[in-house]
Design a protein around this ligand. Structure first.
Ligand SMILES: [Zn+2]
Length: 86
């Protein structure tokens, strides 16, 4: 059985026989599905959560929307400025 990997950058499934594994100097592995992901992750050093076409970004937006929905459904009794600086 061929092991399936997910792209470390965009989060999509990598088909067996395609994609590449990038080994960083510290020994950690990056599973990359395409040259687009390789260029954005390695050469351009972009953050996946800031790019709209990645799964990480979509997941973050979905989580923020859910949090905003939960916040709006709850009663607004909690004051926002309660956190004090030390
Ligand atoms: Zn990818």
């Amino acid at each position: 059985m061929v092991k399936k990997f997910t792209c470390s950058f965009c989060g999509c499934d990598i088909e067996p026989g395609s994609g590449m594994i990038y080994v960083k100097n510290d020994g950690s592995l990056l599973y990359l599905c395409s040259s687009k992901c390789r260029k954005n992750a390695v050469i351009l050093r972009r953050r996946a959560r800031k790019l709209k076409w990645t799964d990480v970004y979509e997941e973050r937006v979905r989580r923020q929307k859910a949090a905003a929905k939960a916040r709006s459904t709850k009663s607004s009794s909690r004051s926002r400025g309660s956190r004090s600086k030390t």
